[in-house]
Design a protein. Structure first.
Length: 240
């Protein structure tokens, strides 16, 4: 029997649906208290939209698993037709919930202005029956948004600290590279001086050889004999 991924995906969707329902309630409460375009309202709307987008993606995965069972055959997964029908109904139910929440975000859902008893159980809006702002609700909404801002500030501080650390490391690397460049420059200067000294010594040696050959004709033979003697002495030292 092949593994059935339905229940795992369903648990994730149910958790996300409850989170979205809470965010929807917060959004509607803030919208009833705050002015259009306020920072709190924009943050609440963006958070709800992001949660609904992720929830819709999970719903597509769940619907794909149901379709796979329908195409393969329920008996292959140890299921019956009634179970598959219930899964299809659950997918439709979640889709309606998502569409209803999207309508609330876009301001298309007139149901948000009705008494709470006419709503879906997953879409409660506390305090909407009276139609008047509530100080406790406004304070709670403000604290909720402040917590979100504090979390964003902490994330920004963490990123800033990481960037500062990278900048310090880059500065140290640049300093070390500068020191290595100076060492290479000193080495190059020393090589140039040594090369100059060797060239000068070679010029003096060639001049000495020319002067010696001009004064003494058999100097070539003398030099050859001296080289042979030096080689013999070198071999003797090595052998000993």
């Amino acid at each position: 029997m092949s593994a059935d991924p339905y229940h795992e995906v369903q648990r994730e969707i149910q958790s996300s649906l409850q989170t979205a329902s809470t965010l929807r309630s917060s959004f509607l409460r803030i919208r009833s208290l705050a002015r259009d375009g306020s920072e709190e309202l924009v943050l609440a709307r963006n958070e709800l939209e992001a949660t609904l987008a992720a929830l819709y993606t999970d719903l597509e995965d769940l619907e794909e698993s149901v379709k796979m069972v329908e195409d393969t055959g329920p008996r292959y997964f140890g299921l019956d037709d009634a179970e598959v029908s219930e899964r299809r109904k659950y997918v439709s139910h979640v889709r309606r919930e998502i569409e209803g929440m999207r309508a609330d975000v876009e301001g298309r859902n007139l149901q948000s202005s009705l008494p709470s008893g006419s709503r879906s159980p997953l879409q409660p809006v506390p305090g909407s029956q009276s139609g008047e702002p509530n100080d406790d609700q406004a304070k709670w909404a403000h604290e909720e948004q402040q917590l979100l801002l504090q979390e964003q500030d902490r994330a920004m501080d963490s990123i800033s600290g990481t960037l500062n650390t990278l900048a310090q490391q880059a500065g140290l690397m640049g300093h070390e590279i500068g020191e290595h460049v100076e060492m290479l420059d000193d080495l190059e200067a020393n090589v140039d001086r040594t090369d100059s000294k060797l060239s000068s010594a070679m010029r003096k040696m060639k001049k000495f050889v020319r002067d010696t050959e001009g004064k003494f004709e058999p100097s070539g033979w003398c030099i050859t004999i001296l080289i042979i003697v030096l080689l013999a002495l070198l071999l003797a030292v090595i052998l000993v």
